[in-house]
Design a protein around this ligand. Structure first.
Ligand code: NAD
Ligand code: UDP
Length: 332
């Protein structure tokens, strides 16, 4: 067997998290060898429990910002390590910034040393509260650099800058995904993001919380579509010239989303309005022309189907046991 035919050796940083664990599933299903590196800051071992006896899967508990990373042959590196939910990333903002800057730097240097192809999980948050709608990759964004979201937004922007500096200096084979709001099974019940909050509140008959008047919009992508996009971005032979938006362009207001969930789940819950967090983006929808043309990728799962699958997962006990997850919504 030539080296070319050997199964790919893939490092997934953040592989115990929501997206990362689905990505590990997809890589292992394709016969690849996976080394998951995770600090368990927001991720959970149970997301990976199904792979514990698979000899192609290894799990290393390590912080990408501060711990040594393994020196071994690597073909691909995916960097998904970072809290993604606002309450999670704002709970320890300095740690969020360090993860995205120091951690990404450490992974980039590792990939460069081993000649590995690199996919960076960036975010629509690099566009901040956008003045351009829908958001195209050539838009530079509108970010408050000193606000409560800055640890994440600016951390991810700095990480992108580091990525492209390494690409220019070391001919790193780099691909940057700007991921828009993604949801699905394995989101934490206490994640604090809108889809998990509303589904769990509706299932428990509690008040469904809408921040502000709910007129702000988001565009929600189901997890299987997103993982397919990340795989396509890694596999495409020609390196894209710049970042690639991955998300579902189906835009919905937050109030409409809450009403849809309330009506389809026939819950007695009522919708309540709470203060809007600072710097909350007003509109967000990806322009995915680049992903369509470069990757032949577009989302396939409609919002109602994805919500039903996610609701079923929470209903089957997907949520964490009391005390297992302990992030609260930060004070306004
Ligand atoms: P998540 O919180 O479920 O997963 C993040 C994972 O990274 C967790 O397992 C966590 O323990 C790990 N981690 C955090 N800091 C670490 C560190 N210093 N060292 C090692 N591991 C660390 O979040 P997610 O929704 O799965 O997001 C995954 C990635 O995708 C993140 O980089 C996020 O910024 C990006 N992203 C996600 C979305 C989304 O809607 N889910 C949108 C845009 C971007
Ligand atoms: N949001 C809300 N109620 C909640 C949680 C979030 O109205 O219980 C709002 C939030 O203010 C934002 C939108 O829903 O306008 C999406 O929030 P999320 O945290 O899911 O993602 P992000 O703001 O990072 O896009």
């Amino acid at each position: 067997m030539t080296t070319h035919q050997l199964p790919k050796r893939v490092l997934v940083a953040g592989g115990a998290g929501f997206l990362g664990s689905h990505l590990c599933d997809a890589l292992l299903a394709r016969g690849m060898r996976v080394l998951c590196v995770d600090s368990f800051h927001t991720g959970r071992r149970r997301n990976l429990r199904r792979h514990r006896n698979d000899p192609r899967f290894r799990l290393l508990e390590a912080d990408i910002a501060f711990d040594p990373l393994p020196e071994e042959r690597l073909d691909w590196v995916f960097n998904l390590a970072s809290p993604a939910s606002p309450p999670h990333y704002q709970a320890d903002p300095v740690r969020t910034m360090m993860t995205n800057v120091l951690g990404t730097q450490n992974l980039l240097a590792l990939a460069a040393r081993h000649g590995a192809r690199f996919v960076q999980a960036s975010t629509s948050e690099v566009y901040g509260d956008p003045e351009l709608h829908p958001q195209r990759e050539d838009y530079w964004g509108h970010v408050n650099p000193i606000g409560t979201r800055a640890c994440y937004d600016e951390g991810k922007r700095a990480a992108e800058a580091l990525c492209y500096d390494h690409m220019r200096a070391e001919a790193l084979d780099l691909r940057v995904a700007r991921i828009f709001n993604t949801y699905g099974p394995r989101m934490r019940a206490d994640d604090g993001r809108i889809v998990s909050n509303l589904l769990v509140q509706a299932q428990e008959g509690r008040e469904m919380t809408v921040y502000g008047d709910g007129s702000q919009t988001r565009s929600f992508c189901y997890v299987s579509d997103l993982v397919r996009g990340l795989m396509a971005l890694m596999e495409v032979e020609k390196t894209p010239d710049g970042p690639v938006n991955l998300g579902n362009p189906d835009e919905v207001s937050i109030l409409a989303l809450a009403q849809r969930i309330r009506d389809t789940m026939r819950t007695p819950s009522r919708i309540v309005f709470l203060p809007l967090p600072s710097d909350d983006p007003k509109r967000r929808r990806p322009d995915i022309s680049r992903a369509r043309s470069l990757l032949d990728w577009c989302p396939a799962v409609p919002l109602d189907d994805g919500l039903a699958r996610t609701a079923a997962w929470f209903a089957q006990g997907g949520r964490a046991r009391t005390g297992e997850d302990s992030f609260a919504r930060p004070a306004e």
